[in-house]
Design a protein around this ligand. Sequence first.
Ligand SMILES: *Cc1c(COP(=O)(O)O)cnc(C)c1O
Length: 345
Amino acid sequence: MKALKELTRPNIWELKPYSSARDEYKGVEASVFLDANENPYNTPFNRYPDPLQRDLKEMIAPIKRVKPESIFLGNGSDEAIDLVFRAFCEPDKDNVVAIDPTYGMYQVCADVNNVEYRKVLLNEDFQFSADEILTATDEHTKLIFLCSPNNPTGNELLRSEIEKVLNSFEGLVVLDEAYIDFSDKPSFLSELDKHPNLIVLQTFSKAGGCAAIRLGMAFASRDIIDILNKIKYPYNVNQLTQQQAMQVLKKYDQVEAWVKKLIGERSYLIEAFTALPCVEKIYPTDANFFLTKVTDAKSIYNYLVGKGIIVRNRSSIALCKDCLRITVGTRQENDQLIEALQQYK
Ligand SMILES: *Cc1c(COP(=O)(O)O)cnc(C)c1O
C-alpha cells in the first residue's frame, strides 16, 4: 500500500477540522453546561449528541471484535461511501474501480464527486477476477469497490480473489459487507490488522432491522478512521439513532434469531420458486434476498404490483436481463408472493 498521505487528497490531509463544544470538553464530571448555546429545557433532546458516539462504539466493538478506534459511524453506510470519495479522490483526476453489476451508490457518489468510475464486468457466475480488476487500475486509482455478498446478485465473492486484490493493490479496498450476517462465511473484519488498505462496510439496515434509524459502520485502521472522522459533519449520527442502536445491541440475540429465521424463509422461498413455471433460474445467494431469472420480468413485475406486492425489477442491469430481486419477508408475505406467482399466466 502507498503511504496514506499519498492516497489522501492534500486539502483533506492538511484540513483542520471544525471543533465543536462537545469536542473541546470531554470530561464527565461537569453538571453545568453553558458551552454550546443549547436550550436548558426539553431534556434529554436539548443537548447535542456525542460527535464520536463513544458509548455506542464501546458496545459495537466486542460484538464485531474490533477496537473502538477502528470504527466509523455514519448516517447509513451511504455516508461512509460518500466520505471515502471526498477524502481520497481528487475530482477530475483520480478514479475508482468496481465490479459490475453491484450496489448503485458507488457510481452515484463517484458521479457526484466527479470521479471516474471504472466498471469490470463479473463473469456468468457473478464472480470476478482479481487480475482483471487490477488491470483496470492505474496510478490515479485510489479505491477499489467490492461487495460481498454482492447486491443485486446475492452471492459471495471468492475469498481468494478478494485477498489477492488486498495483497496487490496499492490503494484502498472498500469491501461492502452489508449482507454478511446472512452468509455462512466469515467476515473480513478479522483481517483488518493484516491489511492496512482494507475498509469494511457494514450496516444496521439489513440484519439489524434498523433501516429507519440510518446507521452505517466503516471499519479500518485507526489512521483511515481518523480521516473520515475529521471530514464528517460534527453531529452526523443523531441522539435518537445512537440510543435506538444501543437498544438493539443490548438484545443482540434477537438479531441473531431474525437472521436464522430469514435464512430458513430464504430456503422455503427458493424451494417454492423452483417449482414455478414462470421461473427460469434462481441464482445462489448468501444474502436476505435472491435474484431470479423469469420468463418476462416486466410483465411479472407489473402483475405483482397489481396484487400489491413489490419486488425489484433488475432487468436493466448488466448480466441481469429478465431478473427480479426478491427480498425474503415473513412466512405470510412469502406465501402471498408464491401464491400470486402460481396464478400468473
Ligand atoms: C442496503 C445496502 C447498504 C446499506 O446502506 P445504508 O445506507 O447503511 O442503509 C450498503 N451497501 C449495500 C450493498 C446495500 O445493499
